[in-house]
Design a protein around this ligand. Structure first.
Ligand code: ATP
Length: 638
């Protein structure tokens, strides 16, 4: 990480003198890539390596596949002998029957042996595919979770969900099924060609010419199909983004009667098949349009490839019939040759189909690799073992020294400007200021979700940049403005940050957070499932469970971000009682709009446009701070 400090105290200079070049570059890349959806395609080797762990398994599948194909290729030779026996004037009827029975018995044996090998091959490939996709999804998800917060500011969650679900599924098929199919298809074609040369070099040359012509045709068409597939996946990702956002906020959508707006936002990406009386999709950049284009090209590709292959078979038959008439070739050999041409036709069509899915998957892989290859812009990840963990733990002092900050996604908009404040152990500080002044940003910086642009944040004697993010976040209990609970039981929600906590510990924190009694009124008590994002609970109930959750970590510092602002007065009273109880012996930073909360703080800091305007106790500020008086009148007294 390259770090420079600004040489000017004016914030405008920060706009141009970016602190973290690498972080900015990476974020720019993410933003640009997310916006334009043009991640570079990965190398073929990198793509194929996604199934590396399954290569031994796929190798075994290839052996069974080869055995199945050898069985399939042997049968025509045995059948060819049978054809020749039955037209051989030198053989008796008994002799013919006996030879035919032996050969046909062998044909059945080989046929069922081949079928069995095919079954094993299918099972192994299917399982290898599931293993590849499960591992890929797990890798991708853990990699996404590791990214710093700034990354999530720049990319939509629906896009990430689409990459996790749909793109990985496409890669699954391509890396496990398509590769062995293409490999065996090529081997089978070569084997057929060799046998065909042995039967009749003249007929084989005709087929070989067609075969090479088809390969030359396949490559550019495959590339084109890959490009269309990428466009299709991009459009689908955008549609997923829109639907994830709307379905996650369905109450807001409905309260604004915005069902149609949301439907339009989704169908803008999916396409509307009935908008035009003709079949052709009129709207560009939709999954309908790209999917239709892909269907046409794929169908044309299949038709041409298969058509040419079958034509080659007919052409060789034509020439072959003449060779039989001229007694240059036996009937049996010609029939066998025909079978091999047919086999080559099938192999080429199979190869063609799988080449299409391989090229399609390269587009999907580009979108997956873009995330897998992205390293978080610096040490903002709470990884185990990163950064310093002070020997004596946390003593309790937090200081912001002339901190300047702009969000990475909006570097030209300064948010904090020479912001300084000090919090001693077990003190409480209230941050007040107009909306957008930068209060919540201070909390984000303290959690080290972002890196300061200039200045320092000192925890005891350590610069926050040197501390382990895991240690730092373990010190802090955050109760946010809108508590986020998960669709789990109440017990699992309270235990979210400390899954090994005992039931007694959970009960104790719930009593402190004033939620024990109401939880016990539910028929399932602590096992009550609270629905997606805690939808089955009231705002006050959610907030108190969020406080219990924070308390279970026994945090040294409590961050309360307008924890009571959205509640009615009775809920507010209950939550406030909980907060008063839990903040007694902890350093506490409160962002509050309510006078009652603010008045209790040891120190109040008035923030305006990211700067400290005034600080002091309530009484001091009522005397000296015009802004505080204004806030008391306008907001705090609500
Ligand atoms: N993730 C983000 N990316 C870019 N800009 C942001 C982000 N979060 C906040 N901002 C901007 O930073 C500024 C300060 O926001 P912040 O949330 O800290 O204000 P606040 O004082 O807590 O406001 P409020 O009282 O309304 O919650 C605002 O101009 C806001 O638009």
């Amino acid at each position: 990480m390259c770090e420079t400090t600004t040489n000017s105290s004016s914030y405008s200079s920060v706009k141009v003198e970016v602190v973290d070049d690498e972080a900015e570059q990476q974020l720019d890349e993410t933003t640009t890539e997310a916006d334009t959806n043009t991640p570079p395609a990965p190398s073929f080797h990198a793509f194929i390596s996604l199934s590396r762990n399954e290569w031994p398994m796929l190798g075994v599948a290839l052996l069974f596949m080869t055995a199945a194909e050898v069985a399939g290729l042997t049968a025509p030779l045995l059948l060819s002998d049978c054809y020749d026996y039955i037209v051989d004037p030198a053989m008796t009827k008994e002799g013919m029957r006996s030879e035919v029975s032996t050969k046909m018995g062998l044909v059945f044996l080989i046929h069922w042996g081949g079928m069995f090998c095919g079954f094993i091959r299918g099972t192994i490939i299917g399982m290898a595919g599931e293993r590849v996709v499960a591992r890929l999804r797990e890798d991708l998800y853990s990699h996404i979770l590791l990214q710093e917060i700034g990354f999530f500011d720049a990319i939509k969650s629906g896009d990430l969900v689409s990459r996790l679900g749909s793109d990985t599924g496409i890669i699954q098929v391509a890396t496990t099924s398509s590769l062995p199919e293409v490999t065996i298809g090529i081997i089978k074609s070569i084997a057929c060609v060799v046998i065909m040369f042995l039967i009749s070099p003249k007929l084989a040359v005709i087929c070989l010419g067609v075969f090479f012509g088809l390969i030359v045709f396949c490559i550019p068409v495959g590339v084109y199909i890959g490009e269309i597939s990428k466009l299709y996946q991009d459009a689908l990702a955008k549609a997923s983004s829109a639907s994830t956002e709307a379905l996650g906020s369905i109450r807001t959508v409905k309260s604004f009667v915005a069902e149609k707006t949301e439907n339009d936002r989704y169908t803008d990406m999916i396409g509307r098949p009935d908008i035009w009386k003709y079949w052709w999709p009129k709207e560009k950049s939709t999954t309908y349009r790209h999917g239709s284009e892909k269907s046409i090209v794929t169908a044309a590709f299949g038709t041409v490839a298969f058509g040419i292959a079958i034509s080659a078979m007919y052409a060789t038959l034509w020439v072959g019939f003449n060779d039989v008439i001229d007694e240059e070739l036996s009937l049996g050999k010609m029939v066998a040759f025909q079978s091999y041409v047919f086999n080559i036709g099938l192999a080429v069509a199979t190869i063609g189909g799988h080449v299409v899915s391989l090229f399609s998957a390269k587009g999907a892989a580009a979108r997956v690799f873009e995330l897998l290859d992205r390293t978080p812009s610096d040490a903002l990840v709470a990884a185990e073992g990163d950064g310093v963990v002070p020997k004596d733990g946390f003593q309790g002092s937090i200081e912001f020294k002339s901190v300047q900050f702009a969000y990475p996604s909006r570097l030209d908009v300064p948010v904090l400007d020479s912001f300084s404040m000090k919090l001693n152990a077990n003190e409480s500080v209230a941050l007040v200021g107009s909306s957008g002044a930068g209060k919540s940003t201070i909390i984000s910086l303290l959690l080290r979700f972002y890196e300061v642009t200039a200045g320092e944040i000192i925890i005891d004697d350590n610069n926050i940049k040197e501390l382990s993010p895991k240690f730092l976040r373990g010190l802090v209990g955050l109760v946010a403005q809108e508590p986020v609970l998960f669709g789990l039981s109440i017990l699992d929600n309270v235990r979210y940050g400390n899954p090994s906590a005992s039931l007694e510990e959970v009960h104790a924190v719930c009593k402190s957070a004033n939620c024990f009694d109401f939880i016990n009124t539910f028929p399932d008590g602590f096992d009550t499932l609270i629905g997606e994002r805690g939808i089955k609970l009231s705002g006050g109930q959610k907030q108190r469970i969020a406080i219990a959750r924070a308390l279970l970590l026994d945090p040294k510092v409590l961050l309360l971000d307008e924890a009571t602002s959205a509640l009615d007065s009775e809920s507010e009273h209950q939550v406030q009682t909980a907060i008063d109880q839990v903040s007694k012996d902890r350093s506490t930073i409160i962002i509050a709009h309510r006078l009652s909360t603010v008045k209790k703080a040891n120190k109040i800091i008035v923030i305006s446009d990211g700067k400290v305007l005034d600080e002091g106790t309530h009484e001091q500020l009522m005397k000296k701070s015009a802004k505080y008086q204004e806030l008391v009148k306008l907001q705090l007294s609500k």
